[in-house]
Write a protein that binds this ligand. Sequence first.
Ligand SMILES: Nc1ncnc2c1ncn2[C@@H]1O[C@H](COP(=O)(O)OP(=O)(O)OP(=O)(O)O)[C@@H](O)[C@H]1O
Ligand SMILES: [Mg+2]
Length: 154
Amino acid sequence: MLLGRHRECGVLDGLLEDVRAGRSGALVVRGEAGIGKTALLEYVIGSASDLRVARAAGVESEMELPFAALHQLCELQATGETVSKRRIDTRDDLTPQETQIARLARDGLSNPEIGARLFISSRTVEYHLHKVFRKLGITSRTQLDSALPSEPAA
Ligand SMILES: Nc1ncnc2c1ncn2[C@@H]1O[C@H](COP(=O)(O)OP(=O)(O)OP(=O)(O)O)[C@@H](O)[C@H]1O
Ligand SMILES: [Mg+2]
């Protein structure tokens, strides 16, 4: 139950009304730590049960990357993956992005080449590959071929 946020809730309700009317919009919620930003997001999600809600969370290590959150949203859209599915995924499953990066590395592309193709920095490629290696229990790119789950037939 939100206390004393009538003005903010009104703005959020207005945004939802716009969405229902087919108008897009963006809203930035900012404020000091603990001021109630997440509580407001929860309020708006709670009022949007008739709408499809997609969520993406920023990661500090990707802070300098433009459109990192947008990329995450496109990925959710492309794979049809839902937030709840992501939650019950086992920790060792590769994310769609990790799988994509792992396949490109397996096919012989270097980190900068993978980065250029996916519009991310080679440092971020390295970061994802590190997680891929850990999840697959391997230590080098040459092991990717046998360690990668087989691809569904096209
Ligand atoms: N208007 C409110 N009425 C009642 N409880 C509130 C209100 N705003 C925030 N709270 C409560 O205060 C606590 C902190 O709020 P919240 O987590 O939303 O802050 P935040 O701005 O997202 O913080 P952070 O910057 O750390 O992410 C939560 O337990 C939340 O439920
Ligand atoms: Mg918060």
